[in-house]
Design a protein around this ligand. Structure first.
Ligand SMILES: Nc1nc2c(ncn2[C@@H]2O[C@H](COP(=O)(O)OP(=O)(O)OP(=O)(O)O)[C@@H](O)[C@H]2O)c(=O)[nH]1
Ligand SMILES: [Mg+2]
Length: 325
């Protein structure tokens, strides 16, 4: 009986793993078809020579991998070609896959949880990046890990913002702390921290405004919210996630650089990967921002999230069994 139970639990886990790989694969379909599909048609059946190397470099540069990653890949590829280790376009595909997998340094991609008391996750990003939706996904994900979750509606700038988060909170059944529109976001943050402590909540996720009258105001407000959170829960926030919109490619990196000047970010939530062929941006983010991508967003539903794992990501990107290919 005990064995039966273990077997059942194990197969459930295997099923969950398969489901998450499938989700990633379908979320990456556009990038796979355009970027990897393009590489395949360039490389397949060709002999590797200088001309093909030049064409490949051109293609990688115009993809969203970024200049630095492209330079590194081409340099390594040149060495392997000259050493006689690679001689065909087909081998280049495998080489690219291995090179991309090895691209990420060992780093903390898992969420950092508080040792005691509530973990606080502050979520920032420009308007429309996908903050509120990503918060709903995170809350849903954390609930699946048996954590009690509360959200705080600190985007008090727009009437619809509080409403949107309230709808999500109800739908995924998590508690919410909110004030009226126009009230002080730092006061909401303080109340939410208070409530999270008093109600023994495991994780508090704080939504913030993406637009204020000026960018300066936005950054000042984030700093203030952060200070107030730390005052009520010393050491918090434990994570400051910056949500970036993958569909805008390299512009997302420029936006992030602006945020990083003002806010101490601990990780990236890369939203809307499903809506773009610019999935290579994950590689550029690693190199250009020097921050871990902790999660990727793959759709508009609460379950459309995947914790970022380089191996899994690259496998899904290069997967061949897509009928659309
Ligand atoms: N396809 C897709 N759409 C997404 C994803 N994440 C967010 N969206 C959509 O992007 C739009 C903006 O998302 P929000 O969550 O409202 O963005 P926000 O950053 O909170 O925006 P503001 O509150 O205006 O600053 C919505 O239509 C979302 O459904 C994703 O991973 N995939
Ligand atoms: Mg929002």
């Amino acid at each position: 009986m005990a064995f039966g139970f273990i077997k059942k639990a194990f197969s459930k886990t295997a099923g969950a793993v398969q489901a998450s790989v499938d989700k990633l694969k379908s979320g990456l379909a556009k990038t796979r078809n355009v970027f990897v599909g393009g590489l395949r048609s360039l490389l397949r059946g060709r002999k590797l020579d200088q001309e093909l190397l030049n064409e490949l470099e051109q293609r990688l540069i115009t993809s969203d991998l970024g200049v630095k990653a492209t330079a590194k890949i081409m340099e390594d590829l040149n060495v392997a070609w000259k050493a006689g280790n690679i001689s065909s376009g087909d081998e280049v595909l495998d080489f690219l896959k291995a090179e991309m997998k090895a691209y990420w340094p060992p780093e903390a991609r898992e969420l950092r949880f508080a040792a005691t008391g509530p973990t606080v996750i502050l979520v920032s990003g420009i308007n429309g990046a996908g903050k509120t939706t990503s918060i709903a996904k995170l809350a849903f994900y954390l609930k699946s890990l048996d954590k009690s979750v509360m959200v705080a509606a600190c985007d008090t700038f727009r009437a619809a913002a509080v409403q949107q988060l309230s709808v999500w909170a109800e739908r995924i059944d998590v508690q919410i702390v909110k004030h009226q529109m126009g009230s002080d976001p730092a006061a909401v943050a303080y109340d939410a921290c208070d409530a999270a402590v008093n109600r023994n909540i495991d994780v508090l996720i704080v939504d913030t405004a993406g637009r204020l009258h000026t960018q300066d105001n936005l950054m000042r407000e984030l700093t203030k919210i952060r200070r107030v959170i730390d005052k009520r829960i010393p050491g918090a926030p434990h994570e400051v996630l910056l949500v970036l919109d993958a569909t805008i490619g390299q512009n997302a990196i420029r936006q992030a650089e602006e945020f990083l000047k003002a806010v101490q970010v601990t990780g990236i939530f890369l939203a809307k990967l499903d809506g773009t062929a610019k999935g290579g941006i994950v590689v550029a983010i690693r190199h250009q921002l020097n921050l871990p991508v902790k999660f990727v967003g793959l759709g508009e539903k609460p379950e459309d999230l995947s914790p970022f794992e380089p191996d899994e990501f690259v496998e899904a990107l290069f997967a061949e069994d897509d009928p659309a290919e």
